[in-house]
Design a protein around this ligand. Structure first.
Ligand SMILES: Cc1cc2nc3c(=O)[nH]c(=O)nc-3n(C[C@H](O)[C@H](O)[C@H](O)COP(=O)(O)O)c2cc1C
Length: 250
């Protein structure tokens, strides 16, 4: 009979992990950070390119400057896409996490990928794998994480200069790590409908097709749209009177 204890542990961890955007100021032991990064580096990567490197940032002023750079992009984006639920973005809160793990991708490793697959897709996919491993490892140690995306431009260059990162590395992902501030999470949950509630997952049966695509399971366009508005937590009807989604000053 199959021993499912490993699976059960993994299932528990995967279900327990969630994005946490409010942290206590309690520091995280270096030993724990190393354990987390040890799991991250074991991730599979395209062509075994292992393009990842990590800058671990603890200094408060550096975290503040990273948060400011990461948030500047979002302030601009808010103007262009007011229905996006910016209140769920971790970027303004990065400074409140005691540790920021800045995930670098070594562009030179793209030479390991087949030339027919242009661009940095495989690089990004490899980094994403490693970050999920990192997040699960953190969860297993009672720590919380989130995921902050950068999209190049000035924010990335500011962070590059701040941390002395050479040009051959991408800086697309920042993972805050710390202990969840449950009290603040509860306050945030009371502020808005979609804000900070644990995102639900689609049921297993609705996403699995055995042997052939079962079109009877395919969501209608309307259901797909409804999902984005109701479940993805990323879309809200813009409400000029509601200020709770405003980013705090960093
Ligand atoms: C590729 C990727 C990019 C993400 N970028 C951001 C981001 O920029 N800011 C943020 O707050 N969360 C970001 N997230 C976190 C997602 O919003 C979050 O994982 C999703 O809403 C599910 O919630 P959960 O992590 O609590 O299960 C990102 C997640 C992934 C996988």
């Amino acid at each position: 009979m199959t021993d499912s204890s490993g699976y059960d542990n993994l299932r528990r961890l995967a279900a327990q992990r969630r994005s946490v955007r409010r942290f206590t100021s309690e520091p995280v032991a270096h030993e724990l950070i190393e354990m987390i990064l040890d799991i991250a580096r074991l991730a599979p990567s395209a062509g075994n390119s292992q393009p990842w490197e990590f800058v671990v940032v603890e200094d408060a002023e550096t975290r503040r400057r990273i948060a400011r750079a990461a948030t500047s992009l979002f302030r601009e984006a808010r103007k262009r896409d007011p229905s996006f639920n910016w209140s769920i973005a971790v970027q303004p809160y990065l400074l409140r996490a005691p540790v920021l793990i800045v995930v670098l991708g070594d562009r030179r490793m793209m030479a390991a990928y087949p030339s027919i697959l242009r661009g940095n897709v495989l690089l990004r996919q490899s980094l994403a794998n490693c970050i999920y491993g990192l997040q699960l490892a953190a969860t297993s140690l009672g720590l919380s994480t989130a995921w902050g995306t950068l999209q190049g431009g000035r924010p990335e260059e500011e962070i590059r200069a701040l941390l002395g990162v050479p040009d051959n590395f991408t800086i697309d992902h920042i993972v805050p790590v710390g202990y969840s501030d449950e009290q603040e999470m509860a306050c945030a949950a009371a502020l808005g409908p979609a804000r900070e509630r644990g995102p639900r997952r689609r049921p297993l049966d609705s996403v699995v097709h055995w042997g052939r695509y079962d079109v009877t399971k395919m969501r209608s366009d309307e259901a797909a749209r409804d999902f984005i508005w109701a479940e993805s937590v990323t879309r809200v009807v813009p409400d000029p009177d509601r200020t709770s989604g405003a980013a705090p000053p960093v």
